[in-house]
Design a binder for this molecule. Structure first.
Ligand code: ARG
Length: 392
């Protein structure tokens, strides 16, 4: 286990942020002037996206009018520009979404583009809406989805957390990464009972160890081009790492897309058990770390798709009969607000007919409701699979 000094609030820590930044998303387009280079890159990127057949929410919602209104704005504390928000979507026309918030203030400064994308992705969370207070419910509300182990290979629930007083990836310095890692590793070091385990910094792992963990669906991939273009891979692998409990069914990712991802996973379909384990971990870590939460947006994350509850409850599931009719599977997924991904997660293919299916919305509903949405949807898919099997 890595030995790290105990973290104390460093004097420099608060100097990094203005009061506006400390209090969550700040206002206005009152940052520094945007340079000619940035404007030129924005114009070229915008024109190329507009001419493309990209299906991203960025392309759908970034009208010329909104673009012109925002292109010279920047955030008050970090001077993040529109380019910092949308470079990923400009470089990757195959993005589903295409925008990230380099710092929390960006959600306000660039609200004219974030708000419609948030409303579209989270199915109707309007700019006048407020994310509800947390209500987690209990694992016992979600009995085993597949007691006979016929369909579900594994179940996973994760949430994301940001640490107060730190911006998101693109604005973190190398020193910040180390400081954050140190704070988080110290908090992880206090975990006990079923949560006790070890933190492994990425810097101490060789490539083959990393690949093995990626193949086992434990570890995040290196070199995600969407994150890279968003400025989220700077100083890699500094400050990044993974924590495992002994049973390897509770994991924490440090400084990947978000400062913290708290993950509970195991084989089979016992969603309630998996959910309870994640909740216990969030609660234990929350005793040692202050998480950033905004009054309107809920828990703050780098990507607008993860705001609010930040909860993604998923299964790896085999639906061989439904799989024969992809349109039908997609139709059902849309009806139940589910998202279908490939076996190795986002932007991957489904190997051997195994899909990764989860709730899609995370905002404008409570944690309990987000998990319930997935629970009800997966039950409906299993019912449809059984019907398709009996009629084939
Ligand atoms: N930026 C990527 C895209 O638009 C990922 C979006 C959501 N996923 C995420 N991991 N934040 O396709």
């Amino acid at each position: 286990m890595l030995r790290l000094p105990h973290y104390r609030i460093a004097a420099g820590c608060c100097r990094r942020l203005s009061n506006a930044a400390k209090n969550g998303p700040g206002g206005g387009g009152a940052g520094k002037n945007v340079s000619g280079d940035v404007l030129a890159e924005l114009e070229a990127g915008y024109n190329s996206l507009a001419a493309s057949d990209s299906k991203s929410l960025l392309k759908k919602h970034l009208s010329k009018d909104i673009f012109n209104r925002l292109k010279k704005s920047s955030t008050p504390s970090f001077h993040s520009t529109l380019l910092d928000c949308i470079r990923s979507g400009l470089c990757n026309h195959d993005s589903g979404v295409g925008i990230y918030a380099p710092d929390a203030e960006a959600y306000k400064t660039f609200a004219d583009i974030f708000d419609p994308i948030i409303e579209d992705y989270h199915k109707g969370f309007r700019k006048t809406d407020k994310h509800p207070e947390s209500c987690f419910g209990h694992g016992k509300d979600f009995p085993n989805l597949d007691p006979e182990n016929k369909f579900i290979v594994s179940t996973r629930v994760r949430c994301g957390r940001s640490v107060q007083n730190f911006p998101f990836n693109p604005c973190l310095t190398e020193y910040d990464y180390g400081e954050l890692e140190c704070m988080i590793a110290n908090a992880l070091g206090t975990l006990s009972g079923e949560y006790s385990g070890a933190y492994m910094p990425l810097i101490n792992m060789d490539k083959s160890q990393q690949q093995k963990l990626i193949d086992e669906h434990f570890l995040f991939k290196e070199g995600d081009r969407f994150l890279e273009a968003a400025g989220a891979s700077r100083f890699w692998p500094a400050g990044r790492g993974i924590y495992f409990n002994k049973a390897r069914n509770f994991l924490v990712w440090v400084n990947e897309e978000d400062h913290i991802r708290i993950i509970s996973m195991e084989k089979g379909g016992d969603l309630g058990k998996v959910y309870d384990r994640m909740l216990g971990g969030v609660e234990a870590l929350g005793k040692h770390l202050h998480f950033s939460r905004d009054d309107r947006l809920g828990f703050l994350t780098f990507c607008p798709t993860n705001l609010g509850t930040t909860i993604r409850a998923s299964v790896h599931i085999k639906l061989p009969n439904l799989n024969k009719n992809k349109d039908e599977l997609q139709k059902l997924a849309t009806k139940y607000n589910l998202q279908v991904r490939g076996t190795s997660g986002e932007h991957s293919e489904a190997k051997g007919g195994v899909h990764d299916i989860s709730n899609k919305r995370r905002m404008g509903l409570t944690e309990y409701e987000a998990v319930k949405e997935m629970y009800d949807g997966i039950r409906a898919l299993i019912d449809a699979e059984c019907k398709a099997a009996s009629s084939s």
